[in-house]
Design a protein around this ligand. Sequence first.
Ligand code: PLP
Length: 442
Amino acid sequence: MNNTSLLQRSLTHVWHPCTQMKRHETSPLVPIAKAEGVWLYDFEGRRYLDGISSWWVNLFGHGHPHIKAALVAQLDQLDHVMLAGFTHEPVVQLSEKLGQLTGLGHAFYASDGASATEIALKMSAHYWRNTGRPEKCRFVGLAGGYHGETVGALAVTDIALFREAYAPLVRLAATVPSPDARAAQPGESAADVAHRAASALEAWLELHHSGTAALIVEPLVQCATGMAMHDACYLQHVRALCDRYEVHLVVDEIATGFGRTGTMFAHQQAGIRPDFICLSKGLTGGTLPLSAVLTTDTVYQAFYDDDVARGFLHSHSYTGNPLACRAALATLELFEKNDVLARNVMLTQTISQAFAPLTSHARIKNARQLGMIWAWDANTTSPSFSRRYQQQAMTHGVLLRPIGNTIYAMPPYVMDEGAATHLAQGALAALEATLAEDNTHA
Ligand SMILES: *Cc1c(COP(=O)(O)O)cnc(C)c1O
């Protein structure tokens, strides 16, 4: 395979996501030939440690033999069948399993995170319509929240760059303050910030609850805005307020689910039960696109009727795809077989130790960590910091892609000490190289 021609063909024929294509005139795409474990390999045999799990999806490294074997066996049996009017073993098993894990049920499937958001919002509003309160059809989310980029999901995604151009298409949701612990005033704790944010939500709900269907939150970590972390007590406040004001609580665990924050699901650290949970990303261990929304019996029963129009009207061609469901089941088996959550506690210490020089670096502030997420804010005003840092990281053999000034790592759960050292040294070297360039790239 000729590498240069692959690059050129990609630029000619492929529109890459989240990318100003013209940038690739100066910073080339990286063609990847293969991947194994925590490593991505290019055509020259150079390797890059996948420090962000390929956009947070890969939990157990690339090409995991257990997931691979399950997929091959499933492919021999049943590749796909439509899920309307039909059912199959992988979708039933997975739904049972997700029910056990979340304490919710009635799993509804799609193929990506944004669609899971759409489903949760539609289900919530339709629930209120079916129960005689059609005026409850607006949504509220947190400042800096991210729930996907389709037109419906953009309504609750508060990231200006992603939303600005499409604002006229979007039926904007309301935004309440984020409980981001970095907002703490001197002497304030993360719990104080959470309490303040909850008071703002309370004041908002007091005025607007009668027209509001649901609040959507990313529990414990607002990832896409730059790994903004908050105290778990915020979720307890929010649960109580949603109960009091009769507003659904949607937890978007698309990024935080499947052990990323230390528990299977982030909201479990607050001991609360949401009305809806959105899952995707790690669900298939990073092999196939799949998402799911689970809800309560109460919500489900409000749709259960002789009238078709009272049913939940939503479908995707690949809903409940057997291969994707099988990959998810194999991924969930790995959690049990390998006692992953307990082992990650140890792994987290190893990785944190490796990152210590970065954490204590003079140009770093707000170093923070939760489960298998690490984040640091670089003290720089350069608007090109993120792009240049990413390039520097690649030259040091690591894939890291800062969000603005926030450097973060979300590695797969199969790191060993050598990989942790490589990742941490690459992250530090990339910081120093990028800061050294800062003067020439004001
Ligand atoms: C990534 C993400 C989404 C969107 O998922 P896609 O599969 O990219 O559409 C939604 N919510 C959260 C919290 C995410 O991190």
